[in-house]
Design a protein around this ligand. Structure first.
Ligand SMILES: [Zn+2]
Length: 393
């Protein structure tokens, strides 16, 4: 085989033959994804998530890693795997999640299958293919470097990403602080597989209105309608959306009242708030906290806040994207970048100032939906990109 050019300094085996290595192992990657999809792991089922966590701990240990389960009550244990490397220095962190949004038993209606150039199944795209890439990249790097890794690595797969990462955030942040960079194996964006260099910060608020109940026929004027008050507040809230600045506020659910002939004493709404820049978060929070009732006889109560800070396209994030983009170019394709509205655990690590690149996982579509699927033709080059990035960041 002709020796490929090594423009970006990959020790062995060179980018083009690295890609060939994964082309040759495409079916093995598919088999790994199949294994992972067939161990269902809904966020709310600790036993199920733990089953996947132990299965993966075994796989990573066979690749030379030291697995540690962060025991967690109420949701699955988070899996941390540390790998020593030839070189000294900080590890690169590979970040992902074990959990899916699909309830146990989904697999019987939506089994893993390969058809039309795609892999289908619950969690195939978000993000069991990403976990498979981590496994195969580590295997490849060991293969190329005499059963050792070229550098230390830390893998963290949390159990609660799909439900907000409350239980794992501190683990993610403490490992990120010790890492040189964080590579997030969440799904890529769009049909071209863009990586994500910006994600919005996400918050949730509950607005409760208390009015005064009364018979709508006998004592109409005695009542203070919480629903009317809430309706007026919702119109006010919609004015906080500023698409140009990347600020959105969505009143996602409303509730209120008891019967048609009762002036409603209570009403509430759940709001989803998103910001593209952390400096907009405090202002938005202040405006929400200082809402005043239109009807002074109604009381407002607002609770909640930002769960995830935004992942902003800082110079560190842009530089990491540039590296990935250079590697992709040498592998023969143009790696695009995208800014998206959804958050991930990469938001936490980027907010700490650690260079973070998200969306390095599979190319596909239908996350969280019945048509969730992954493009098979893209598997080798995503795995090749990941393994090259691990060496070069
Ligand atoms: Zn995900």
């Amino acid at each position: 085989m002709k020796k490929p050019q090594q423009k970006v300094g990959l020790a062995a085996p060179g980018l083009a033959s690295g890609l060939q290595y994964f082309e040759d192992r495409r079916d093995q990657i598919i088999q790994t994804v199949r294994q992972l999809v067939e161990i269902e792991s809904p966020s709310d089922n600790k036993e199920a998530v733990d089953r996947l966590g132990s299965f993966l701990a075994g796989k990573f240990e066979r690749l030379g890693g030291h697995a540690k389960l962060h025991r967690t009550q109420g949701c699955g244990d988070h899996l941390q795997v540390d790998f020593p490397g030839k070189s000294a220095g900080k590890p690169v962190m590979l970040l992902g999640h074990l959990d899916t949004v699909y309830p146990l038993g989904t697999l019987s209606a939506m089994p893993f299958r390969v058809a039309d150039g795609r892999m289908w199944g619950p969690g195939s795209f978000d993000m069991k293919s990403g976990i498979a890439f981590i496994l195969h990249a580590i295997e490849a790097l060991r293969h190329w470097h005499g059963d050792e890794l070229p550098r230390p690595m830390t893998v963290l797969l949390v159990s609660d990403e799909e439900v907000g990462s409350d239980a794992s955030r501190h683990v993610t942040e403490s490992l990120a602080r010790k890492s040189a960079a964080v590579l997030v194996l969440e799904p890529a964006f769009g049909p071209k597989g863009a990586v994500k260099t910006a994600r919005k910060g996400v918050g949730e608020y509950v607005l409760k209105v208390r009015g005064k109940a009364a018979h709508s026929g006998l004592d109409f004027e005695e009542g203070e309608s919480a629903i009317i008050e809430l309706a007026r507040q919702i119109l006010e809230l919609s004015k906080l959306t500023d698409l140009k600045r990347g600020i959105t506020l969505n009143v996602g659910t409303v509730q209120g009242g008891t019967r048609s002939n009762v002036i409603p004493a209570e009403a509430s709404a759940v709001l989803d708030a998103r910001v593209a820049r952390i400096k907009d978060a405090a202002g938005l929070d202040r405006r929400l906290q200082s809402l005043k009732p239109f009807n002074r006889k109604c009381k407002l109560e607002i609770t909640g806040g930002l769960n995830r800070p935004p992942l902003e396209r800082t110079p560190a994030v842009a530089a990491l994207y540039q590296k990935a983009s250079d590697i992709a170019k040498q592998l023969g394709w143009k790696l695009e970048e995208a800014a998206v509205g959804g958050g991930s655990d990469g938001n936490f690590t980027a907010a700490l100032g650690i260079p973070t690149l998200d969306g390095l996982g599979a190319v596909g579509e239908g996350a969280h939906a019945t048509h969730e699927s992954v493009l098979i033709s893209e598997l080798p080059r995503r795995a090749a990109l990941l393994s090259a990035l691990i060496e070069m960041v």
